[in-house]
Write a protein that binds this ligand. Structure first.
Ligand SMILES: *Cc1c(COP(=O)(O)O)cnc(C)c1O
Length: 389
């Protein structure tokens, strides 16, 4: 599709391939394998001499449409869809790196990613150094001669610390490594890491890309050469995205921009309201001038995003009081949904790390995280007002 089309147009049109029936909406191909016209064609398809579908662990037309559309939105040459966000991270690392390689990662990344890098990959000889805070100099200091990957998430969860992607890309490349950015929080609507110098973009499509809490999915977007390497790993090992989930996410992309924009503007309004509440000690939201990296966030992102955290005065008891008085907001750690969610990180997502480590990373007992949805902001405020009274 014409590269000059704008984001909005690509989101509803890019990647679509019509079948012989000329359907208007993208078709869902629920088939695990594909038939050939002849023995010679089967041989040519298997050898790769002739392009085309063979078996759905390799390719499926619905999955291919999603991959092309997401690549277009990230400004990537290629995209590989996977069964979940974690499958995307695992496939990317297993395909591109080997025992003896070293990874540098920001510490405040998704919990399962931390487990994968910190506890599982060392069994295969891949070590990770975790860096506290967003200072690019500490990433430089953590790099070793065998560092092959720098892995970050920005903004961070749950404190919304913003990392400078362009500065980190420079440091990463000076060390001969690749920069991967988990772009789950921002989506390509707010931030396109490849344009800022990153080499790989990771998605949990489970979050905003689906956006309505229906399916699991993931993706890696990158250049042609890296995408091909990851595809080779995927077609052999099988953490492939199912066609049904691909179809749901493909249709989710069509409304991604209007959802993320509306949810972000709701989040800004809610953040401004929370800042005025006497029971709120502190608010973390990149869209507010009070945020320590507000300038960087406004340069790097189209808006502050739809996720915010705030500290309630009175510690865990006061924070739980707010959660327990919610009748509308969903008490769940999930995010990226049209329904607003609220969670108490210290006793849930960050509950297994020691109290000291939690305190050191700034996750206090009074901290609550909200992933803002599409409800009226007044209704969200009313729900929080009971617990904040
Ligand atoms: C949810 C999430 C993941 C993992 O994605 P799954 O689809 O649940 O496997 C990775 N990174 C971030 C930032 C997430 O929020």
């Amino acid at each position: 599709m014409n590269d000059n089309y704008s984001f909005e147009t690509l989101a509803v049109r890019a990647g679509q391939e019509r079948s012989q029936f000329n359907e208007h909406s993208e078709a869902l191909y629920l088939t695990s394998s594909f038939v050939f016209d002849s023995a010679a064609q089967a041989a040519a398809r298997f050898s790769g001499e002739e392009p085309g579908n063979v078996y759905a662990r390799f390719t499926n037309p619905t999955v291919t449409m999603l991959q092309k559309r997401l690549a277009a939105l990230e400004g990537a040459e290629g995209c590989i869809a996977t069964a979940s966000g974690m499958a995307a991270i695992l496939a990317m690392i297993m395909a591109l790196f080997k025992g003896g390689d070293h990874i540098v990662a920001s510490r405040s990344i998704f919990g399962a990613t931390q487990q994968l890098l910190g506890n599982i990959l060392p069994k295969f000889g891949i070590e990770t150094s975790f860096v506290d805070g967003g200072d690019p100099a500490s990433f430089r200091a953590a790099c070793r001669p065998n560092t092959r990957l720098v892995f970050i998430e920005t903004p961070s969860n749950p404190l919304t610390e913003v990392l400078d992607i362009a500065a980190l890309a420079e440091i990463t490349h000076a060390n001969g490594a690749l920069l991967a950015v988990d772009n789950c929080f921002c989506t390509p609507v707010l931030q396109q890491p490849l344009k800022l110098g990153a080499d790989l973009v990771i998605h949990s499509a489970t979050k905003y890309l689906d956006g309505q809490g229906r399916v699991l999915g993931g993706a890696v977007c990158s250049n042609q050469a890296l995408t091909e390497e990851i595809f080779k790993f995927l077609r052999t090992t099988g953490p492939t995205l199912s066609p049904f989930n691909a179809w749901i996410i493909l249709k989710g992309l069509e409304t991604l921009k209007i959802r993320v924009q509306a949810q972000s503007s709701n989040a800004l309004e809610l953040a401004q309201w929370l800042e005025r509440q006497p029971r709120v000690a502190r608010i973390f939201y990149p869209g507010l001038p009070s945020h320590p990296q507000h300038q960087l966030a406004m340069r790097q992102q189209a808006s502050g995003g739809a996720i915010l955290s705030f500290e309630v005065k009175g510690g865990r008891e006061a924070a739980w009081h707010v959660v327990d008085n919610c009748k509308l907001l969903s008490i769940t750690a999930n995010l990226g949904d049209t329904k607003t969610t609220i969670t108490h990180p210290a006793s849930t997502t960050h509950g297994r790390i020691s109290a000291e480590a939690r305190a050191a990373s700034g996750i206090s007992e009074g901290l609550l995280r909200i992933a803002v949805g599409l409800e009226a902001v007044a209704d969200i405020e009313a729900d929080l007002t009971r617990g904040l009274a």
